[in-house]
Design a protein around this ligand. Structure first.
Ligand SMILES: NC(=O)c1ccc[n+]([C@@H]2O[C@H](COP(=O)([O-])OP(=O)(O)OC[C@H]3O[C@@H](n4cnc5c(N)ncnc54)[C@H](OP(=O)(O)O)[C@@H]3O)[C@@H](O)[C@H]2O)c1
Length: 233
C-alpha cells in the first residue's frame, strides 16, 4: 500500500482536491494534475450552447480517454494498477435538460466497460464511479449556465426540473471528503466492482432506473423475441 502512487486529474478543486488530501493523509503518494496554473474555469463555463455537446464530450469523454491512453503503458508494464473513472448518476440515467452531460457520461461508461474487460487479464482493474450530487462548485456552475428565459419557449418546462435541482446549491447530500475516502477504500479492494455509485441519491436513482428498465424489458419481451428466425439452420 505504502508504495502506491495515485494520478489524480482535476486536482485543483472539488472531488479531485478532496481525493488528493485523502491519499496524502493516508500516507500514499499522489501526482496531482491540473490543467494550468490559472484559477480553474468552471467545468461548465466553457460550453456555449451552440457547441455544447462537442465541448462536453471533449471534457467528459475525450480528455478521460487521452489520460488513459497516456497512463496505460505504465500500468501494463507493471501488470498492476487501478483505473477509477469518475462518471455520474447521469452515466446511468437520463434526465430532461441534461442531454449533453448525460450523453458524455454514458459514452465514458461504454468505454470503461469494454476497457475493464480488456484490462482484467493484465491484473489492472477498472471501476466506474457514479457520484450523486456532491457539495462542490459543480452545481452552482451548472445553474449559472442554464438557459433560463433564453430557452426556446417549447422547451421551458423541460428546463424547469434541472433549474430547480441546480438551484438547490448547498443541499447536495454528497460529501466530497467522504467520497474521496470511499475511493481510497475502493482502490484497496482485491476484487473491486465494475461500478460503484456514491451517495444515497445515486444508489436510489440507479436502483429505480434499473427496476423500471427490467419491468419494461419483461413487458415487451414477446415482441422483442418475435424477431428470431422461426426455423433452425
Ligand atoms: N459535484 C457533483 O454533484 C457531481 C455529481 C456527479 C458527478 N460528478 C463528476 O465528478 C467529477 C468532479 O466533479 P466536481 O464536482 O469535483 O467538479 P468541480 O468542483 O466543478 O471541478 C473539479 C475539477 O474539474 C476540473 N475542471 C473544471 N472545469 C473544467 C473544464 N472546463 N475542463 C476540464 N476540467 C475542468 C478542474 O480541474 P483542474 O484542477 O485541472 O483545473 C477542477 O479542479 C466530474 O467528472 C463530474 O462530472 C460531480
Amino acid at each position: 500500500m505504502g508504495s502506491r502512487v495515485w494520478l489524480v486529474t482535476g486536482a485543483s478543486g472539488g472531488l479531485g482536491q478532496a481525493l488528493v488530501s485523502e491519499v496524502l493523509g493516508s500516507g500514499e503518494r499522489a501526482i496531482a494534475v491540473t490543467r494550468d496554473d490559472e484559477p480553474p474555469r468552471p467545468l461548465t463555463a466553457a460550453f456555449p450552447h451552440d457547441a455544447e455537446p462537442r465541448a462536453q464530450f471533449e471534457v467528459d469523454f475525450f480528455a478521460a480517454a487521452d489520460v488513459l491512453r497516456a497512463a496505460l503503458p505504465y500500468l501494463r508494464a507493471a501488470k498492476a494498477g487501478r483505473v477509477l473513472q469518475i462518471s455520474s448518476l447521469a452515466g446511468q440515467i437520463g434526465a430532461p435538460g441534461t442531454s449533453a452531460y448525460t450523453a458524455g457520461k454514458h459514452a465514458l461508461e461504454g468505454l470503461s466497460v469494454s476497457l475493464a474487460a480488456e484490462l482484467a487479464p493484465l491484473d489492472i482493474r477498472a471501476t466506474i464511479v457514479e457520484p450523486g450530487a456532491a457539495r462542490t462548485v459543480f452545481r452552482a456552475d451548472w445553474a449559472s449556465r442554464l438557459p433560463g428565459s433564453a430557452a426556446l419557449p417549447d422547451h421551458l418546462p423541460v428546463h424547469e426540473a434541472p433549474a430547480r435541482s441546480a438551484g438547490a446549491v448547498g443541499g447536495q447530500v454528497g460529501d466530497p471528503a467522504r467520497m474521496a475516502r470511499a475511493l481510497v477504500v475502493l482502490a484497496g479492494m482485491p476484487s473491486p466492482p465494475l461500478r460503484l455509485p456514491l451517495g444515497s441519491d445515486a444508489l436510489a436513482g440507479i436502483d429505480n432506473a434499473r427496476s423500471d428498465q427490467l419491468q419494461e424489458l419483461r413487458r415487451f419481451a414477446t415482441l422483442s423475441a418475435s424477431t428470431d428466425h422461426t426455423k433452425a439452420i
